[in-house]
Design a protein around this ligand. Structure first.
Ligand SMILES: [Zn+2]
Ligand SMILES: [Zn+2]
Length: 123
C-alpha cells in the first residue's frame, strides 16, 4: 500500500452535468477526469479484453460497427478499501475498479501530463 498522500483522495466529486470526476488529493492537487475517458480506460478484465480485441480487429469494419458505444454516464460510485473507487455506469457495468495511484499517474492536467493523459495502467 502506498503512503504517498498524492495517491490518496481527500474529496471526490462526480459532476454528471459536466461529465467529469474531480478528485481533490490529500496533497492539495486536483484532477479532473472526463467520464468518457474513465469508461474508455475501464480496468476490468472484460473491457481490457475488448480493447485488446478491438486493436486486433482494425481490419474488420463489421466488428467495429457492431459494437454499441459504451455508456459514459455514471450512476454510482463507491470506495473499494482505501485504495480504489468502483464506478457503476448507466448500462449496468460495474466491474471496473480504479486504483487511486493509477488515476493520479494519469492526471490530465498539464503539470502532471503535458502531453495529455496516458492510458490507465493497472498491472
Ligand atoms: Zn469494464
Ligand atoms: Zn495533475
Amino acid at each position: 500500500m502506498t503512503t504517498n498522500p498524492g495517491a490518496r483522495p481527500q474529496e471526490i466529486t462526480i459532476n454528471r452535468a459536466a461529465s467529469v470526476m474531480r478528485i481533490l488529493w490529500l496533497d492539495g492537487h486536483a484532477s479532473e477526469f472526463p467520464l468518457r475517458w474513465l469508461r474508455a480506460n475501464c480496468p476490468c478484465a472484460t473491457c481490457r479484453e475488448e480493447r485488446r480485441a478491438a486493436t486486433m480487429a482494425v481490419a474488420d469494419p463489421l466488428r467495429l460497427t457492431a459494437t454499441p458505444p459504451p455508456s459514459t454516464e455514471v450512476m454510482g460510485a463507491e470506495f473499494v478499501g482505501q485504495y480504489a473507487i468502483r464506478l457503476t455506469w448507466s448500462d449496468g457495468h460495474a466491474t471496473g475498479i480504479f486504483p487511486f495511484a493509477a488515476l493520479r499517474a494519469c492526471c490530465p492536467c498539464s503539470t502532471c501530463n503535458p502531453e495529455g493523459a496516458p492510458p490507465l495502467v493497472i498491472d
